[in-house]
Structure formats: structure tokens, C-alpha cells
Design a protein around this ligand. Structure first.
Ligand code: SF4
Length: 305
């Protein structure tokens, strides 16, 4: 490991011999927390699916020049079609098949990464994924699931809309299809303690996820948590707290799990706080430094459960 943790960049180089760049796509989906199926307000931290820079996608052939926010130095096959906005399996199976098959057929992409919710992976969706896996044996299909926390109380407070056991079932089904799962978790949720974050990490170890994205809780305009933050009812983490918590989580994370992210994008103009999170580079450097000071590498406190 060139780094103190199993970074996505290092993992890509070891697995594919090169770096892979995500291209964020918006396939015009919605999600059950917004279309009225489970609610209309969305998760308490979410300002709308986190796809601000995503390119609208209907299955058209793409070129790196089509994107503003991505590295354009890559060659064909160096990019990942990242279905980012909202819940990207929340549509008719025929449409999902068309979208994913188009991206997997595009020589630009080495594979696809599909962000969604575990309660949006039906039997029909699993069938689509299984068929595509057979059709494209030399491309990868990853599923990103927004778990955020293992704790039901926090999940209820953020209106996640599904119980943790739904994640467990979904992860097991994807595992059976040999489709890697990348789980998202949030550090800094109201009333959660560091021990609560470690519980979430232990759960992800048990779920045998292939990757994690660790996000700081950002307070965004137009969200419930943003309003509570402005009213002084939720406090933000200091950078030191976040850096310390991430270091401890990485120490407990199984060493083979790739770390795809260690901080969220602050969503620019929508960000109410924490201000310090705007400087992503500084945060990442502080995490690396803290790991070194504590003598940690990823998994050094991992207990096989
Ligand atoms: S976080 Fe995902 S599931 Fe929750 S409201 Fe936003 S898009 Fe919907």
C-alpha cells in the first residue's frame, strides 16, 4: 500500500494498471424519498441527489470533451460511467437495461458505477444486472448504496426510508451475483458518537463491501439539517474531530476495502457549513498526517468478526 489506506487511486493502479476517472451522469431519475412514494422532502441532508455537475444521459455516445468537471487526459477505457443523480435503479427495467447497456458498449468506459438505494434493487433490477454482467464480461458493474449509518435511530432522524436489514439483504443478493458494492457512510450525523461510526464500519466489514465512500455531514441550503443547523440545533464537526474520526474508522476498516472517498463535495454555493470543508486538499492531507501521527494503517484495529 503506497498510502496508509487502500486509496481508490492505488487500488485502480493495482487492479487495472491505470487510474480510472469517474464521469458523473444524470439519467433523469428521481427517488422514492422525493416522488411521494415514501416522502417528498428527501433525506434530511440531501439537496437534490448530489448531481450538480452531472451530464444528462440518455444512452448517447460520449467524449471526454462533453464534461466540464473531469480529467480529460484519459484515453478510451479510462473512464467510469457514474450514474450519480438520485436513485439510478428507480425506473423501468427496460430503460435501465438500455442506459446501462449503452454505457457498457461505449469504448470510453471501463465499466459503470450505479448509485442507488437498496430498496430500489428489485428482482427485475437484479435480472437486468445479471444479464448485463453476462453480456459484458470484460467490463465492470459496481453498485453504490447510500447506507449513511447502521443505526436505525439516526436513519429515522434523516428519513432514510429503509431499515438496515434491507441493506443487508440487498448486499447479499449483489454478492451472489458477484457485483461489488460500494457503501456510503456519513460522519457527523446528529447525536452520533465516534463509537457509532465504528459500529457502521464494523457492519460494512461484515457486509464484505468492496469499497466505501466516507462523507462529512455537510449542511446545505434548502435541507432539513441545514435549517436545524442555522437554528443552532445541530452543531458541525471541527476539522480536528472529523480528521480524528476518519483516522479511527480507517484503522477499523478491513484492509481490502477500497476507500473511494474521504470527504464529500461541499456543493459550493449551497454549503452553509462547515466552512473548513471547502478545502478538500487540506482535509485529505490532515487525514494522512493524523494516520501517521497515530501510527495507523488501514485495518490495524480491524477485528475479524
Ligand atoms: S440522498 Fe438519495 S435517497 Fe435520499 S433524498 Fe437524496 S437522492 Fe433521495
Amino acid at each position: 500500500m503506497e498510502e496508509r489506506y487502500n486509496s481508490f487511486a492505488g487500488w485502480c493502479r493495482r487492479t487495472y494498471g491505470r487510474h480510472l476517472y469517474r464521469i458523473a451522469l444524470d439519467a433523469g431519475m428521481t427517488c422514492p424519498n422525493r416522488d411521494g412514494t415514501l416522502g417528498t422532502a428527501g433525506c434530511a441532508f440531501c439537496a437534490g441527489g448530489s448531481g450538480d455537475f452531472a451530464v444528462h444521459y440518455e444512452g448517447q455516445r460520449l467524449k471526454p470533451e462533453d464534461f466540464i468537471y473531469t480529467n480529460k487526459e484519459g484515453k478510451e477505457g479510462d473512464y467510469i460511467a457514474y450514474f450519480q443523480s438520485y436513485s439510478n435503479t428507480y425506473d423501468r427495467p427496460e430503460r435501465l437495461y438500455h442506459l446501462f447497456q449503452s454505457a457498457l458498449s461505449d469504448p470510453l468506459f471501463a465499466g459503470i458505477s450505479v448509485a442507488t438505494r437498496p430498496d430500489c434493487i428489485s428482482k427485475d433490477v437484479l435480472d437486468v444486472l445479471a444479464a448485463l454482467k453476462k453480456e459484458f464480461p470484460d467490463r465492470f458493474i459496481w453498485i453504490e448504496l447510500g447506507l449513511q449509518t447502521v443505526h436505525e435511530k439516526s436513519a429515522e432522524r434523516m428519513h432514510r426510508g429503509y431499515r438496515t436489514e434491507v441493506f443487508e439483504e440487498c448486499a447479499a443478493q449483489l454478492h451472489e451475483l458477484q457485483i461489488p458494492v460500494i457503501a456510503h457512510m456519513i460522519i457527523g450525523l446528529p447525536d452520533e458518537t465516534p463509537e457509532d461510526y465504528y459500529e457502521t464500519v464494523r457492519f460494512l466489514n461484515r457486509m464484505k463491501v468492496a469499497g466505501v465512500k466516507i462523507h462529512l455531514l455537510h449542511f446545505l441550503k434548502g435541507t432539513e439539517f441545514g435549517d436545524e443547523y442555522q437554528a443552532g440545533r445541530i452543531r458541525e464537526l471541527t476539522m480536528e474531530e472529523y480528521v480524528g474520526a476518519v483516522s479511527e474508522c480507517l484503522a477499523r476498516l478491513a484492509p481490502d476495502i477500497a476507500v473511494h472517498r474521504l470527504s464529500g463535495d461541499g456543493s459550493g454555493e449551497l454549503l452553509l457549513g462547515p466552512e473548513w470543508s471547502r478545502n478538500k486538499k487540506r482535509v485529505l492531507n490532515a487525514i494522512r498526517h493524523e494516520m501517521k501521527v497515530r501510527g495507523y494503517v488501514q485495518g490495524c484495529l480491524y477485528e475479524q468478526e
